[in-house]
Design a protein around this ligand. Structure first.
Ligand code: HEC
Length: 257
């Protein structure tokens, strides 16, 4: 997942890295409201989100020297936000409910977070946002519909597929069965059962467009997420719900404590 740096970010970055004093103000004006919104989404609490925002911006300012520029500045900042918000959630009140499952991110994460943990978190984001898998498979990946317009997706929690099968299903979709193909080249060079778009049309197999096509690396990360958090993990329950959303959101109240 590489987003190019925007010009504004490049300028901000070079000023931050040059320890230009006014750069901190600029960082705050460019990012504080986005960081706050994001933190609020994870924490559902204004005071916590405000504190996390300050924390994040200060961390960014302090650690920008170690930022290697291998991701967009914004992505790096959002990842720090995620990690900081998650470690806040783990303190005090959420600790008990979250203790059962392995932690998704290490406590002060950022670049030090083990790659595998980061991939799972990124895979979850792709599941929820970029790939919009939840539109059909439900946020809990158990196939409960969220939107009556969408066909029911399979219950992924109980799938019998192994890793290769999961990856093939995501890449190639299921023509004629409402599962989009997320590999951009799925039906152009024969990589999916040697079929091309023309073959699908001739056989009358419809294939919905995906929300976005995914790079092989992104598909691997979604698979990592599914195996780590979804497949074979039993039905969704309160604790898993809180972990998934990062807070005890309203949706989780449907599960008994
Ligand atoms: C437009 C709706 C839709 C979207 C979006 C969608 N799926 Fe599906 N998916 C389905 C349907 C429907 C099936 C069942 C197809 C069938 O009957 O074989 C399915 C099947 C699957 C399967 C195979 C499960 C099995 O046990 O056979 C996997 C894995 C899967 N989807 C993963 C994903 C992932 C990951 C994403 C996001 C990157 C995604 N899907 C997005 C509708 C969707």
């Amino acid at each position: 997942m590489r987003k190019p740096q925007t010009n504004a970010d490049l300028i901000l970055l070079s000023r931050l890295q040059a320890h230009d004093e006014s750069a901190l103000d600029e960082l705050i004006s460019a990012y504080s409201s986005k960081v706050f919104q994001l933190a609020f989404r994870y924490l559902h609490n204004k005071e916590d989100a405000e504190e996390v925002t300050q924390d994040v911006l200060y961390k960014v300012y302090r650690k920008v020297g170690s930022f290697r520029g291998d991701a967009a500045l914004s992505s790096w900042i959002y990842r720090i936000t995620f990690n900081t918000a998650m470690s806040r959630l783990r303190t005090a009140k959420y600790q008990r409910t979250q203790a059962e499952e392995p932690q998704m991110v290490s406590s002060d994460g950022e670049q030090l977070t083990p790659n595998a943990r980061r991939d799972v978190a990124e895979g979850m984001r792709i599941y929820r946002q970029k790939g919009d898998c939840q539109a059909c498979h439900g946020w809990a990946a158990d196939g409960r519909k969220m939107d009556t317009q969408m066909p029911d997706g399979a219950n992924l929690r109980t799938t019998r597929l192994g890793r290769a099968g999961i990856i093939a299903a995501i890449k190639c979709g299921r023509p004629g069965r409402s599962m989009p193909a997320f590999d951009k080249l799925a039906y152009s060079d024969g990589r999916c059962s040697d079929l091309k778009l023309g073959d699908l049309q001739r056989q009358g197999l419809e294939l919905p467009d995906p929300a976005a096509t995914l790079q092989p690396r992104e598909i691997e990360m979604v698979a990592d997420f599914l195996f780590e958090k979804v497949i074979g993990k039993g039905p969704m329950d309160r604790a898993k719900c809180i972990e998934f959303w990062g807070a005890d959101v309203e949706t989780c109240s449907e599960f008994p404590k």
